[in-house]
Design a protein around this ligand. Structure first.
Ligand code: ASP
Length: 432
């Protein structure tokens, strides 16, 4: 039996795991810079193994969880127009918040001029991959084979299949009761697995941070300090101030409670740099701690992890202005508008996985005639920024979920306002 009074909360344990991982990483880097033993047994040994198992276990849950919870969410919607309204609202809100994010970033970058005085290195290289056409993106929403969509983790195709499956279940009515019961049990089991993983997160987070910080070359970050700090500051300001204002404005909910409850999700996003792999934790938090119904959350969260990338858009806004300044190219207002539009559209259909933001940046640069090799200049400092922007991306997904849920009457305000909502259920040691 555990003693509640002197036990640390899960959030605190995860925060401790993160900061001690960062501290150990720094220590190893400075105390044993060339040690083969440390590298072989710790950074590329123990930390690497624990960290990768942690990430893989989270990814393992994404596909079954999204499919099952979305089928369950959809099969309880009897009126198809509700689904259309829900989908429309969600997509529009995701696009608006992304457009706000990138406009803010461009404004800040034009003001601060991160690229002025930066020497152009001629060895900057980056290979851009071909972007698919809009028609292909739309065709690719529909899976030819749902099992291959699941095997490849193609989130949009899984969402489409789950929606169609859920609608059909709703249409056959009572006869789908058994199937529904099965999905409900399945969902509960997967949710329990999510909670088990969250309880192991302090170790996973520790290992990932210790490895990363013992290997990061901070010299590169210093050399691009202005760019790095600007992206970082805009990300934090957007994640804290803009989101608080939007949330308060649309829902009247207390942003402080929201940000406090989002801490674990943000740490998960930060350490694993993938909105996609964070879906299980985001969904758990949004539905169990923030009070969004499964009907809304099971749709908005996976969709957001795939198409909503405000943090990524911020990096792209600053990076575009930075690269233009370094290459001494003058961008017009029309160019900036093009950047906002392309970055907002480009985020759709690109999965939330590490580093994908840079690939999308190639498309944005191409649109305004900037050299794609410019990405080579910033690639060295992108790792830490990727982590930070993923935190912002997942925060944006949860915020839009709250707005949509509130407008649909699918938000339980008591759960939102209850500081302790779901905390007991989350703590596995309470249940053992
Ligand atoms: N890592 C980001 C995410 O998963 C995407 C990116 O900006 O590279 O949300």
């Amino acid at each position: 039996m555990s003693d509640n009074n002197n036990k640390l909360s899960l959030t605190t344990r995860i925060v401790i795991g993160m900061f001690s991982g960062i501290a150990v990483g720094f220590l190893l880097k400075f105390l044993f810079p060339e040690s083969v033993l440390v590298e072989g047994y710790l950074t590329k040994g123990l930390f690497h193994v624990v960290g990768q198992i942690f990430i893989s276990s989270l990814q393992m849950l994404v596909v079954p969880l999204v499919f099952v919870s979305l089928v369950l969410g959809t099969c309880s919607i009897s009126d198809p127009s509700t689904l259309g309204r829900l989908g429309g609202k969600t997509v529009v809100l995701y696009m608006i918040t992304t457009a706000i994010a990138i406009s803010f970033a461009i404004f800040a970058a034009v003001l601060i001029q991160p690229g002025s005085g930066v020497e152009l290195q001629s060895d900057a290289t980056f290979e851009a991959s071909q972007a698919p056409s809009l028609a292909q993106v739309i065709i690719d929403l529909f899976p030819k084979n749902p099992f291959s969509a699941m095997a490849n983790g193609n989130m949009l195709q899984i969402i489409v299949f789950a929606l169609l499956f859920g609608i059909s279940m709703a249409l056959i009515g009572k006869s789908s009761d058994r199937l529904k019961g099965f999905f409900e049990d399945f969902n509960e089991v997967i949710m329990k697995l999510v909670v088990i993983l969250m309880n192991l997160a302090p170790y996973g987070v520790f290992a990932l941070m210790a490895k990363l910080f013992s290997e990061t070359q901070f010299e590169t970050i210093f050399s691009l300090g202005k760019y790095f700090l600007l992206v970082f500051s805009v990300l934090i300001l957007h994640g804290v101030i803009t989101y608080s204002l939007i949330l308060k404005g649309f829902t009247g909910l207390n942003p402080w409670i929201f940000l406090k409850k989002m801490r674990e999700v943000q740490i998960f996003g930060f350490t694993i740099s993938s909105s996609n792999a964070t879906i299980p934790v985001t969904l758990e938090t949004v539905t169990k701690r923030l009070g969004v119904s499964n009907k809304v959350g099971s749709f908005t969260v996976p969709l957001g992890a795939t198409i909503n990338m405000d943090g990524t858009a911020i990096m792209q806004g600053v990076a575009t202005v930075f690269i233009a300044q370094v290459y001494l190219v003058d961008l017009s207002i029309a160019d900036y508008a093009m950047v906002v539009l392309t970055a907002t559209l480009a985020s759709i259909g690109t999965a939330g996985v590490p580093g994908v933001g840079l690939i999308m940046l190639a498309m944005v640069l191409g649109q305004v005639g900037l050299p794609v090799e410019g990405i080579g200049l910033i690639i060295g400092v992108d790792r830490l920024l990727d982590m930070t922007r993923t935190s912002v991306n997942v925060t944006g997904d949860a915020m839009v979920s709250l707005i949509v849920a509130k407008s649909e009457g699918e938000l339980d305000k008591d759960v939102f306002n209850d500081q302790n909502a779901d905390l007991k259920e989350r703590d596995i040691s309470e249940q053992l």
